[in-house]
Design a protein around this ligand. Structure first.
Ligand SMILES: Cc1cc2nc3c(=O)[nH]c(=O)nc-3n(C[C@H](O)[C@H](O)[C@H](O)COP(=O)(O)OP(=O)(O)OC[C@H]3O[C@@H](n4cnc5c(N)ncnc54)[C@H](O)[C@@H]3O)c2cc1C
Length: 423
């Protein structure tokens, strides 16, 4: 990414409010274009919904796909691409806890040429329904779209829906899953990557360091409480203990979750229904490489095994987010243990759960149902652009959408074309 524009005013400052990946990506495009940037973040540290907790644990496992080209390009730009590894290049190990069968499944239609890597229930009719998701027509739920293919729904479509849309299959939009499946059909698009050491060292810290190298300043612990306006311009940013008076040439990116934007700019349409994700982190050290295992028929859906611990994800966790740490660990550990033994993971896998800690993200993402999704204007004010995973309703709310939105907000304020992949 080279400089895209010459700053028209040497004193012009871009204020980026919110240091989640959307804000960080918008800030990066701005500083690389030669602009002065100040980032204001309410929490003590950057990262937002993709962050390391104070003890270094990820708030939740984050996976990227080869199809997430803009996110992978962002990782390269911050020097973090090598930290994201492909744990299962031979196909995803999947354990079915109902019949205890274990196999590897390809995530990509290209991989299904090999019969052994096809998901259960894959038939010509099922393939037709998958292709049908990508075709124009009225939206319906995933459960409706696959009512005639219950085995395929259970073995592939539902786990993919819950992972990518964080919404149960009887509610999730078939059209939105179609967007993902279209992208997965490209060569390399279905490769799955995870942060080998964690979101801190493999995402947030390198992004913040790169921004600092380019002169951006990050003000942590600064929660935006109000925006002063004059007509269609923002003129002040009120952080409670201090107020930033915006110069006429200053610009703002609001890279905040929808509920914060609703509070600050009530006229902006925002999604108001969210879905939780429960992550349980077990203090189970292992010697082997990073592994990633899918589970069917249990409470746990994905198991990430790294040397320093085992992290388990339960997406669309409406029914389980209220479990105590002990209850969650007691229910999930036997599932993890069975998977570890079936896939020959190194080390001892005791019957009793190791020390565990649950992290509950109650508003992890908007719900991706079949109804219309609010589409805010990128620039609701003349000098203020919105960013955030929810501002691109044609995509699921993910890191990819967040980064694209941050770059789109920065480009809109600079009035320059977007970088090639983002456009
Ligand atoms: C547990 C979990 C697992 C996930 N798994 C995946 C995955 O596998 N793959 C994937 O691609 N995506 C995943 N996601 C989604 C992904 O994390 C989000 O899409 C992305 O992080 C959103 O980034 P954002 O910058 O749009 O918003 P946020 O991360 O919410 O950033 C907003 C920032 O604004 C700050 N803020 C809020 N209010 C104020 C205020 N008033 N003033 C100043 N700052 C404020 C917040 O502290 C935060 O840092 C997951 C999310 C969760 C929670």
């Amino acid at each position: 990414m080279g400089p895209l524009s010459t700053p028209p005013f040497p004193t012009m400052t871009f204020h980026v409010v919110g240091a989640g990946v959307a804000g960080l990506a918008g800030a990066l495009l701005l500083v690389k274009s030669g602009h002065r940037v100040t980032i204001h973040e309410a929490s003590p540290a950057a990262g937002g919904r993709a962050r390391a907790l104070p003890d270094g644990t990820d708030n939740g496992t984050h996976a990227l796909l080869g199809a997430n080209r803009v996110a992978l390009r962002f990782l390269t730009a911050i020097g973090a691409r090598e930290g994201w590894v492909e744990p299962e290049p031979e196909g995803l190990p999947v354990l079915d806890l109902d019949d205890h069968s274990a196999r590897r499944v390809a995530l990509s239609p290209l991989g299904w040429i090999t019969a052994a890597k096809r998901p259960n229930g894959m038939s010509m009719g099922g393939l037709g329904s998958l292709i049908g998701l990508a075709l124009p027509g009225a939206d319906r739920t995933i459960a409706q779209a696959f009512a005639a293919h219950p085995d395929l729904l259970r073995s592939l479509v539902e786990p993919l829906t819950v992972a990518a849309l964080n919404t149960p299959a009887d509610e999730a939009s078939a059209k939105l899953l179609g967007v993902i499946l279209r992208r997965l059909a490209m060569p390399g698009a279905a490769k799955l990557y995870v942060a080998s050491r964690g979101l801190g060292p493999d995402l947030v810290a390198p992004a913040v360091a790169t921004l600092a190298c380019h002169g951006a300043s990050l003000q942590a612990g600064a929660r935006l409480r109000g925006i002063g306006r004059d007509g269609d311009k923002a003129i002040t940013l009120d952080f409670g203990d201090h107020v930033v008076d915006l110069a006429p040439e200053d610009q703002v990116i609001l890279a905040l979750p929808p509920w914060e934007v609703a509070r600050l700019l009530p006229e902006v349409p925002v999604p108001d229904r969210h879905a939780p994700i429960l992550n349980v982190h077990f203090a189970q050290e292992t010697d082997g490489p990073v592994r990633f295992i899918g589970l069917l028929g249990g409470l746990a859906q994905w198991v990430l095994v790294r040397p320093e611990g085992v992290s388990v994800t339960v997406s669309a966790a409406d029914d389980s987010v209220g479990l105590s740490d002990e209850e969650a660990a007691a229910r999930i550990w036997p599932e993890v243990r069975e998977a570890a033994i079936r896939f020959d993971l190194p080390g001892d896998w005791p019957v009793d759960p190791p020390r565990a800690r649950a992290v509950r993200e109650r508003r992890a993402t908007p719900r991706h149902g079949t109804g219309p999704r609010p589409r805010p204007r990128r620039m609701p004010l003349a000098n203020l652009a919105l960013a955030g995973d929810w501002t691109l309703p044609e995509l699921p709310a993910t890191i990819e959408a967040a980064i694209r939105s941050g770059e789109a907000a920065a480009a809109a304020l600079m009035a320059t074309p977007l970088p090639k992949e983002t456009a």
